[in-house]
Design a protein around this ligand. Structure first.
Ligand code: 5BU
Length: 453
């Protein structure tokens, strides 16, 4: 028996891997249960695990960090054997003293090896990655003991991180089966379980096509433009002078189906700007979204839409709106008897790290969201919009994974293929480029390759 077989068998012996009839947190039944935390009761086995890790560590690594808690002792063992200094990422920042989130000595740019016990959805790895990166550390390598093969590695790959796993569930049970440790029926049951428990609902669904029909007039216009131009890209122009905005739009206008503005950040705003904006939009055939994020009681929202220097409703084709004020604030706009009313894009889920738009919030939005015919779709990440409502996703960037102020990015491919978004909102990925007219071509190629049109 080789080292791998004897190590995996010992994981079964110490009940880190169990077979039986288990009910998971999700309510789903599983024939296998994995919990590597118990390894700390067996120092010899932990030491053996460390040797497996050490074989894979790349030369450039300067620091080791384990994802809390299960991987902390593993990282410690590897650190002691390799003499590579260790870091600990706290679960929560201390609320006294230094408020540190990462313990241990490091400097910005240090290359870190991240160690994790098991990867399922990749959620906790991503959380740790974000926090280490916001401290200036570079994630140079990710090593995981066991990949449950449920889509987590693919998810990280889409975000530009390569996960190396020492073992996969299928390799584990194959070895155990070959060694006579489990029966063929159990072997098959586990394989079927892996097959059936892909994290499909959120991340891995079949390809989708951008719909062609929408019940709302503005929604229909947006879809028509997207199909004609073969572009579902929305440029978020967070530039702060009229000339900068207009100049940028003249460069990318042909490649976008809509522009999204924050009109209140424009320092030299004047009504003439709107005239010029509309003319450029007409010339290049794109719509205008004002990302005003209304979030007040109905009557105030009507004032914010129609009055003030911006008089948003008079020019915006669509506006964003939070649903935090509840259904009545949406209904107030629906019942508003006015000549020109923008289509509504409610914000259901935000892209920022630590957003409060959790599952419960989204479920609450869902209860009334679809009742209003002014609603075109919603801004969301993992949340799936019911047809024919359209899904708009910000936090898209080809070159970056996020900023140091909470923004989190995905690639266009991931957003279309895994999040099933209809429209991609791209800000700095385009406007921060010195050559946006070239940059937009890269985004267009990426979305067209996804075969959505
Ligand atoms: P970025 O430069 O690509 O990060 O810009 C994203 C834009 O989308 C920016 O204008 C945000 O205000 C906007 N946004 C977002 O990033 N995330 C959200 O959840 C929502 C809006 Br809602």
């Amino acid at each position: 028996m080789n080292n791998t077989s004897s190590f995996l068998k010992s994981l079964v012996d110490i009940e880190c891997v169990k077979f039986g009839d288990f009910t998971l947190k999700s309510g789903k039944k599983s024939p296998i249960y994995i919990d590597l935390r118990n390894i700390i009761s067996y120092p010899k086995i932990l030491a053996e695990l460390s040797v497996f890790f050490e074989k894979h560590i790349s030369k450039e690594i300067q620091r080791i960090c384990g994802v809390p808690y299960a991987a902390l002792p593993m990282a410690t063992a590897v650190s002691m054997n390799t003499n590579l200094p260790m870091l600990i990422k706290r679960k929560e920042a201390k609320n006294y003293g230094t408020k540190k989130i990462v313990e241990g000595e490091f400097k910005k740019g240090d290359k870190v090896l991240l160690i994790e016990d098991v990867i399922t959805s990749g959620e906790s790895l991503l959380e740790t990655i974000n926090e280490l990166e916001s401290e200036g550390l570079v994630i140079a390598q990710i090593l995981v003991v066991l990949d449950r093969e449920q889509g987590g590695s693919d998810r990280l790959k889409a975000k530009g991180y390569q996960v190396q796993s020492l073992f996969t569930i299928s390799s584990l049970i194959k070895i155990l089966f070959d060694e006579g440790k489990i029966e063929e029926k159990l072997y098959q049951d586990v394989l079927n379980f892996i097959h059936d428990s892909q994290i499909t609902t959120e991340f891995v669904k079949p390809k989708k096509k951008l719909s062609k029909i929408h019940p709302n007039k503005i929604g229909q216009q947006l879809l028509d433009i997207a199909h004609i131009k073969k572009s579902n890209l929305i440029a978020s122009v967070d530039l702060t002078t009229c000339n900068e905005v207009l100049d940028f739009l003249s460069k990318v206008g042909n490649g976008i189906c809509a522009v999204k503005l924050h009109v209140d950040i424009i320092t030299d705003f004047s009504p003439e700007f709107i005239t010029e904006l509309k003319s450029i939009a007409q010339q290049h055939n794109f719509l205008i979204i004002e990302d005003r994020k209304f979030a007040d009681i109905g009557s105030t929202q009507l004032l914010q839409l129609s009055k003030g220097i911006y008089a948003i409703a008079s020019w915006a084709d669509m506006v964003t709106i939070h649903l935090i004020a509840g259904e009545a604030s949406l209904k107030a706009i629906q019942d508003w008897d006015t000549e020109k009313k923008p289509g509504l894009i409610p914000i259901i889920e935000m892209s920022s790290q630590g957003t409060l738009t959790d599952k419960q919030y989204m479920e609450n939005c869902k209860k009334f969201l679809y009742k209003y015919k002014d609603v075109i779709g919603g801004v969301c990440q993992t949340f799936e919009m019911d047809s024919p409502f359209l899904k708009f996703t910000p936090g898209v960037n080809l070159a970056s994974k996020g900023d140091d102020k909470g923004q989190q990015y995905n690639t266009p491919e991931f957003v279309i293929e895994k999040l099933h978004s209809d429209f991609l909102i791209i800000g700095r990925g385009l406007y921060a480029s010195t050559q946006p007219e070239i940059e937009i071509e890269k985004y267009l190629t990426a979305v067209r390759n996804c075969d959505i049109f």
